[in-house]
Design a protein around this ligand. Structure first.
Ligand SMILES: [Zn+2]
Length: 219
């Protein structure tokens, strides 16, 4: 491995796209939302015309498409792969993770996420919601690298207007602002009334179970 690999080559640090990079392909409503969050100037004329100077965009890390947020998590990749397989004429590429929350439910790790993805045909960016969970491989053998088994319950576009959607569920923390499908039969964990669920923290990890079920640990 040469020094070039580290500075400009395949191991060079990757610059994630900023909101300004993505602005031309965001809807007016997403821009309004960014303004409300203080992430975009109120007045159009105050928006910088050019991205602030920085290091030249390096060659991305292996497996990262140019213009893509390197922080996009595995569950988003799994979710969008699932979506694209079912919509071959309307495929998207993930560009930026917006928020993600996760916890343990019935011996699996569950994740809810919002992310932006770009249409391969129109190049416009849409917001997605995804629910993915991971199960440990059977008979885990520490010497093997057997992957966790991913199940995508839902990967769906959050169509505008965004104000119609719930910002949390029984397990997602509200401040993360993760928009969930209006029809909560579209996801499994945390749907319905919050009173129907119990959430506990255990050694820094969060667990959820339905009322009447028991947690996989005892006090
Ligand atoms: Zn949620």
């Amino acid at each position: 491995m040469s020094l070039v690999d580290w500075s400009t080559g395949k191991y060079a640090p990757w610059t994630s796209p900023t909101v300004l990079d993505l602005l031309p392909d965001l809807s007016d409503e997403e821009k309004r939302r960014l303004r409300l969050q203080g992430r975009l100037p109120e007045r159009e004329e105050d928006i910088p015309r050019f991205a602030p100077p920085g290091p030249p965009h390096p060659v991305p890390c292996a497996g990262v498409t140019p213009g893509t947020d390197a922080a996009i998590i595995l569950s988003v990749r799994h979710a969008l792969h699932h979506y694209n397989a079912r919509h071959p004429a309307g495929e998207f590429e993930a560009v930026k993770l917006l928020a993600e929350d996760g916890l343990h439910f019935r011996d699996e790790v569950w994740s809810h996420a919002n992310f932006w993805a770009r249409s391969r045909s129109s190049k416009k960016i849409k917001r997605f919601f995804a629910e993915v969970h991971y199960k440990a491989p059977p008979c885990p053998d520490p010497s093997s690298q057997a992957p966790f088994i991913a199940t995508v319950e839902t990967c769906t576009i959050i169509e505008e207007p965004l104000t119609l959607y719930r910002k949390s569920c029984a397990f997602c923390r509200g401040y993360l602002d993760i928009l969930h499908p209006m029809d909560d039969s579209e996801f499994v964990c945390g749907r319905g009334n919050e009173e129907d669920w119990n959430v506990q923290e255990w050694f820094g990890m969060r667990f959820i179970c339905r009322k009447g079920e028991t947690f996989p640990f005892s006090y």
